[in-house]
Design a binder for this molecule. Structure first.
Ligand code: GUN
Length: 294
C-alpha cells in the first residue's frame, strides 16, 4: 500500500480525551452532567451495536445516557413516539435527543425529526437546524459530515479550493456534507462539490471521481469504488459499513487493496469515519448541554 492511512481511530481518541477534559470542567462549574436520550425502535442488530458504541463512548468521557428501546411497535406507535420525544425533550435533565436510524419502514421519519427540540437535536435532523446549516450558521454540526471534515483537517488535508465528489445524497451524509463544504468559510469549506447518487450514469460517475481531488463514498456496497475510478494524488474518504456475507467482516465501499496502491491518502474501514462520527456526537451532546445550562 502506497497511500497514507487517514487514522480516524487515533484522531477520535485524541478528540475524546479533549472532550473528557471539557466535560469535567463543565460539570465542575455547573454541577450538571450532560445526558443524551437515545431512542431505538425495532431490533436491527447493527443499530444495536452502534447504540451500544455511542453509550460506551458517552460514559468514557463522563457523560450520561438514557436508553429507550421499543422492541415491539404497531400502528399506534408512531404517534406515541412523537409524543414521547416531545415530552422527553421538555425535561431539563435531557440535554440531547438521538433517534437511531433506520426506523421501521412503516414509520414516517419527518414528524419524528420535527418533534426533536432544535436545541437538543444532536444529529441535526430537525428542519430548523437543517435550515441553519444550509444558511451557514449551524448551532450544531451533523455528526458524520463534521467527523469527515475534522478528520481531514487534523490529517493536514485542506478543503478550501478543492474539488470534492460526494457519492451519496442522503439527509445524514450527502446533503449536509455538501452544504457544509460549499459555505464561504475557510475553516471547513470553500470547496467545489459534485453530488453523485444511484441515478448518476456510471460513465459520468467515473468522469466525476477521476476529476475530483477528494472522493467521499457512502453507497453501502462493498468494493464499489474501484481502481479505475481513482487517480494518483487523490484523497479517498470511505463512509461505507458493509458486513461480508460469509465472514461478517466489516468493510467499506472502497476496493481498498488496489485503490490504496494508487491514491495519496485513504481512510480505512474500520478505523476511519466510524469513530469520528461517534466523537462528533459526544461533542454535540456537550455543546447542547452548554447551550441549555449556561
Ligand atoms: N444511523 C446511521 N447513522 C446514523 C446517525 O448519524 N444518526 C442516527 N440517529 N442514526 C443513524
Amino acid at each position: 500500500m502506497t497511500a497514507e492511512l487517514i487514522d480516524g481511530k487515533k484522531i477520535a481518541q485524541q478528540m475524546q480525551a479533549e472532550i473528557a477534559l471539557e466535560v469535567a470542567d463543565f460539570t465542575k462549574r455547573t454541577g450538571v452532567i450532560p445526558c443524551l436520550y437515545i431512542v431505538m425502535v425495532g431490533d436491527d442488530p447493527r443499530s444495536r451495536t452502534y447504540v451500544q458504541r455511542k453509550m460506551k463512548a458517552l460514559e468514557s468521557v463522563g457523560m450520561r445516557h438514557q436508553f429507550w428501546h421499543w422492541l415491539s411497535w404497531d400502528e399506534h406507535g408512531h404517534g406515541m413516539l412523537v409524543d414521547d420525544i416531545r415530552h422527553y425533550c421538555s425535561l431539563k435533565w435531557c440535554h440531547g435527543m438521538l433517534v437511531q436510524l433506520p426506523l421501521p419502514p412503516e414509520y414516517d421519519p419527518f414528524p419524528i425529526f420535527d418533534a426533536i427540540a432544535p436545541e437538543k437535536d444532536v444529529d441535526v435532523f430537525n428542519p430548523v437546524n437543517v435550515g441553519l446549516l444550509l444558511q451557514g450558521r449551524p448551532r450544531l454540526k451533523p455528526c458524520t459530515p463534521a467527523g469527515i471534515v475534522e478528520m481531514l483537517k487534523r490529517s493536514g488535508i485542506n478543503l478550501p479550493g478543492k474539488k470534492v465528489a460526494v457519492i451519496n445524497r442522503s439527509n445524514v451524509v450527502g446533503k449536509p456534507l455538501s452544504s457544509m463544504l460549499i459555505q464561504d468559510c475557510n475553516e471547513y469549506a470553500n470547496a467545489t462539490v459534485t453530488i453523485c447518487h444511484n441515478k448518476t450514469p456510471p460513465d459520468l460517475l467515473k468522469a466525476i471521481t477521476l476529476s475530483a481531488d477528494i472522493v467521499v463514498v457512502a453507497v453501502g456496497i462493498a468494493g464499489f469504488l474501484t481502481a479505475d475510478m481513482v487517480r494518483p494524488g487523490q484523497v479517498i474518504v470511505d463512509v461505507g459499513t458493509n458486513h461480508l456475507p460469509d465472514t461478517n467482516k466489516l468493510v467499506g465501499d472502497v476496493d481498498f487493496g488496489p485503490v490504496s496502491e494508487i491514491v495519496a491518502a485513504i481512510s480505512p474501514v474500520p478505523g476511519g469515519v466510524g469513530p469520528m462520527t461517534v466523537t462528533m456526537l459526544l461533542r454535540n451532546t456537550l455543546e447542547a448541554a452548554k447551550m441549555q445550562v449556561q
